[in-house]
Design a protein. Structure first.
Length: 210
């Protein structure tokens, strides 16, 4: 049985990781083509400040977004995120092992990684605007921001797993041993290689014993 203190701790951890996963994309650079009469990009949090002052900029920026093929990568990630989120919310009173959770343990995070990757590719077609001097190429900085987002989601996933292990115990450990962390089928391939290695090792031991 889980103590009341651990239940509260797990609840706080769940809320913290959920909120953090939503806040991370606010540091993602996005196109802002309507403000400086050119193809520029700024952090999402900055863009929202501009948007609330002049909502009409959204029309120009959406037109630019849908002129890029990379938008479909972003939309794929966004739609997969919504699907995973809805699936989790409708099965939240149990350890979810079906739907997208049948293939990866953290489908929402991999969806957000795909979504921000698509946006990063779009931003590569713009001129990023910075409020500080950089000692590196601006596009390298944009790519490093995305890498930072990926690492942040991995850390959030690890934190989430500690709470899930505490809540479900061996049941979650069995699930984790059979389902990939974020990359589908990677766990299956690794298990297959490990099984082949163990099988070969057993045959070698049997040969030497004879």
């Amino acid at each position: 049985m889980i103590s009341k203190g651990n239940k509260i701790k797990n609840k706080i951890s769940s809320i913290t990781t959920s909120v953090s996963s939503i806040l991370i994309p606010f540091f993602q650079y996005v196109p802002c083509t309507a403000i400086w009469f050119g193809i520029m990009s700024v952090p999402l949090i900055t863009y929202l400040a501009f948007f609330f002052q002049n909502p009409r900029i959204l029309i120009s920026d959406i037109t630019f977004l849908f002129s890029r093929y990379e938008i479909y990568i972003m939309l794929l990630g966004f739609m997969f995120y919504l699907y995973s989120l809805i699936f989790q919310l409708t099965h939240r009173k149990q350890l979810v092992q079906t739907g997208p959770y049948r293939y990866v343990r953290h489908p929402q995070y991999i969806a957000l990684i795909i979504m921000t990757f698509g946006m990063t590719l779009i931003v590569f077609q713009t001129s990023p605007i910075f409020n500080f001097n950089l000692d590196m190429d601006g596009f390298t900085f944009i790519f490093l921001i995305w890498i930072g987002e990926v690492l942040a989601y991995i850390i959030l996933a690890k934190i989430e797993e500690y709470a899930l292990k505490a809540k479900y115990g061996d049941k979650y450990l069995d699930y984790a041993n059979n389902v990939s962390f974020m990359i589908p089928f990677l766990k299956l391939k690794r298990n297959k290689i490990e099984n082949e290695y163990l099988s070969l090792d057993k045959r070698n031991n049997k040969f030497h014993a004879n």
